[in-house]
Design a binder for this molecule. Sequence first.
Ligand code: F6R
Length: 242
Amino acid sequence: MRIYREKDYDAMSRRAATIIAAQIVAKPDCVLGLATGSSPVGTYKNLVAWNKQGDISFKEVRSVNLDEYYGLSGDHDQSYRYFMQTNLFDHVDIVPENTNVPNGLAQDPAAEGERYEALVASLGYADLQLLGMGRNGHIGFNEPCGEFPLITHLVDLTESTIEANARFFASADDVPKQALSMGIGTIMKARKILVVVSGEDKADAVAKAVQGPITPEVPASILQLHPDVTIVGDEAALSGLK
Ligand code: F6R
């Protein structure tokens, strides 16, 4: 596991973007696993700027997103499809058909989980999977629980996650209570994993994930078993590491 300690969010974002850009340059038709939330916004801004300058191209890139709220359509302004369009896809030369996000309106979420898992498998899984980390150590929407979920599945969000995400909605009551998420198994099949973490409220989760026991009660702790993980954090998020 490599850890980059950056002084603040902007430096974290630049560092993470350079790692993704290097992946695209090395393999222009790579499969990028992408995340939403506040952590990767700055990373995407850098990638958009470098694409506009002509330094990197997404023309051959395929993307698979980690997750989507269940019950939200792709044009709902809090859906993860909408987030990806507005933060990245609409501003770079990626081919829209090459972008994939679970369908939050699927009638049968179990079938949608299987479809999405098969799709990610058919692409050969991610060359590079970008992750944020929840305050409770979740990755994707794999919440603390008794076992590591393997494949894309429907998740009941925990109170902690609903509370954390309420800042994007009118109230906590408006936050969807379920999401479709890649499983831990799906994430671990990525060849490289890049985690971006910022802010003091992540310090405890980061410390447990990196230095604590490997347990599904801290889903990100499984990353200790992956052979190629890079964590890029600001000083506050890494302040709990010994
Ligand atoms: C987003 C995702 C989540 C977030 C995590 C951190 O696609 O899967 O695991 O990465 O909740 O969110 P932020 O970055 O908003 O703190």
